[in-house]
Design a protein around this ligand. Structure first.
Ligand code: FE
Length: 330
């Protein structure tokens, strides 16, 4: 029955290949954020997609343990730090693709073509608009000013999002100046670092602190729950080094059983149509420059991103972790 159905579908779709294959995806993104894309791809091409979701670390361990016997064709995960680490552990293959190079800006993909950003999230400053004058906000660096003493909330330094943020600060300023900045942040904390971006936003809403740093899509989720929220995002200007962005992304695995098809699927994920859907599923920004974000995301205003290559977030990750420890950022 399944086979009959596939043949019938193939006849209906002139672009579908003659032989349908089943791709296997390992995804650290949760099912609700990827399944609609898989469904659309299956409908359009006749290929089917099997997938396993788990934490980034678990999937990486599994890929390494399976080695050349792994059924996985593609690894999907979040944060350039995780993508870089997976590439560095040797589980991703180089992919030469003009389509990927055209659709994805260079700073959002691996210079060695082992991983590619597919959606962008901004990790930016969030503030209580009833208590903070927007003109007093300038940059990540200036959150270390004594003006913010007892008014700052941060997520735990153990989260990869903060490893990447601090790594990009090291990339910009060097370790010594970055350590001073982080010490300034720690001195300004209203409370011990929190377990999640959601907890940081709740603390600001509850008056425990006035400013914090969060990924933009968490603010989108808050706005959907509470359209009248008095929290707002602030975008550091380009003369103050711009906004730290990060990606969700993917790479073809080193021992992909269906390498060519996996590359086609990755290219499809970077296409205008897939980008439109992908960015909307988690209120993110498309990587494809020709695709607009959703109305809600656009309502947060335009910003200039720090366009240093995100592979630096991976390369400098271990220095960032040690630096945060030295600076007393728990
Ligand atoms: Fe997240």
């Amino acid at each position: 029955m399944g086979r009959l159905f596939l043949c019938w579908l193939t006849l209906l779709l002139p672009l579908a290949p003659l032989s349908a294959e089943t791709l296997t995806v390992y995804s650290a993104r949760s099912e609700e954020l990827i399944k609609p894309l898989f469904d659309l791809y299956e409908k359009q091409t006749g290929h089917s997609i099997q997938y396993t979701t788990d934490k980034a670390k678990g999937l990486l361990r599994r890929l390494k343990a399976e080695g050349r016997h792994s059924p996985a064709d593609l690894l999907i995960t979040v944060d350039a730090g995780n993508l870089w680490f997976a590439a560095n552990q040797g589980v991703l293959a180089e992919v030469e693709s003009e389509i990927l190079q055209r659709n994805i800006p260079a700073y959002l993909r691996d210079p060695e073509n082992r991983w590619f950003g597919l959606s962008v999230r901004a990790r930016t400053i969030i503030y209580n608009s009833h208590k903070v004058d927007q003109d007093d906000l300038i940059s990540y660096e200036r959150l270390a000013d004594s003006q913010w003493q007892g008014r700052l909330c941060l997520r735990t330094s153990k989260k990869v999002y903060n490893h990447s943020l601090v790594a990009m600060l090291i990339n910009r300023h060097g370790a010594r100046k970055t350590e001073d900045i982080i010490r300034g942040w720690v001195a300004n904390l209203a409370r011990q670092p929190m377990s999640s971006d959601v907890a940081v936003m709740a603390a600001i809403e509850n008056g425990i602190c006035d400013i914090g740093i969060v990924n933009s899509y968490y603010f989108g989720r808050l706005q959907k729950q509470n359209p009248g929220t008095h929290l707002a995002l602030f975008w550091p200007a380009i003369e103050h080094n711009g906004v730290h962005v990060n990606v969700s992304g993917a790479g073809v695995t080193r021992y992909a059983p269906h390498r060519e098809q996996a590359i086609r699927f990755l290219e499809w994920l970077s296409s205008e149509q897939a980008q439109h859907l992908l960015a909307r599923l988690n209120m993110e920004y498309p990587v494809h420059p020709q695709v607009a974000p959703s109305d809600l995301v656009r309502s947060w205003g335009a910003f200039d991103a720090d366009t240093s290559n995100l592979s630096q977030a991976g390369k400098l990750q271990k220095y960032a972790v040690r630096l945060m420890q030295r600076a007393g950022y728990r």
